[in-house]
Design a protein around this ligand. Sequence first.
Ligand code: WQD
Length: 340
Amino acid sequence: MKKILVTGGLGYIGSHTVVELQNEGFEVVIIDNLSNSSIEVLDGITAIPNNQPLFIQDDLKNKNSIQDLFKKHPDIVGVIHFAASKAVGESVKKPLEYYHNNIASLIYLLEELEANNVRNFIFSSSCTVYGDADSMPITENTPYKPADSPYGNTKQMGEEILKFTTNATQIEAISLRYFNPIGAHVTAEIGELPIGVPQNLVPFITQTAAGIRDQLSVFGSDYKTHDGTAIRDYIHVVDLAKAHVVALQRLLRQGNKSNYEIFNIGTGKGNSVLDVIKAFEKVANQKLNYKLVARRPGDVTEYCADTSLANLELGWKAKMTLEEALDSAWKWQQKLIAKN
Ligand code: WQD
């Protein structure tokens, strides 16, 4: 079995990708410092049949640990790199922590790939690199806008580091620019586990529906959209996880057309906050308690992906609907309540 290192593999997207990798017959080593995840996620992964990844609790900023890891696992043929801090608001308050954590760990990791002649690298990027794009849908050629948060800037910098590093070394890389991941695994063994008050829309919705939060605040109802609320491209996290597997397989069979490629990973369909609320009410068969309030600073009016390049080159397309994603999120929330 081909062995893959997944950094941040106990995180939301990482854990779902670990499951899809093992479904495809890969052997998986996870490194995670548990700063934004919990060891329970490993129990969730192993509760899903045929999922027995090796877990190493460590921090990518510990350069010696990374060197030891590659010495212990010389048969690693690829790396999928999720480990990073990702809260936009927090990054504005703690820029140096974000640059240190997100950039230093990327550099240490790439140095070890080069030293150990590991060729295949998948980078977790984000639609955030586009900033407030002028036109929709967004293609991979849509130019960057100056980042409006250190988090978004670390994703832009990470992509630039890969562009120049792949030109100068044996490393071949693919960046996947995620739009808005939502939902949970069909088994409800793994899902989104926000720590504290959820920043993202869907976990706040499910926690409100579960009575954990009193009321959802809808940030902004005066955007230039069909109903005044902001639009995003919500993609089921399992569709997103599968995109990582096909991107890795592209590199492993040397199907990539250049040593650094970038793909938008979304559904190509935009939904407003009110669209999501209405879809959730239908799926959960209950009314959601929400109120319209002022815009959240830093939010853009719309993000929607043009995914034709990933469809064509990766042969990948999102399959699940908004309702299916919301249904899986609601089932996961109910499982969490039953467990506690
Ligand atoms: C979605 C919409 C909010 C919460 C973030 C990161 C981005 C990427 C994806 C990492 C917006 C509205 C939200 C709430 C609301 N992550 N909302 N009430 O901001 O589009 O993207 O996650 O790569 O980098 O910025 O996602 O879920 O926070 O917001 O009305 O309580 O829901 O204003 O319009 P966002 P989100």
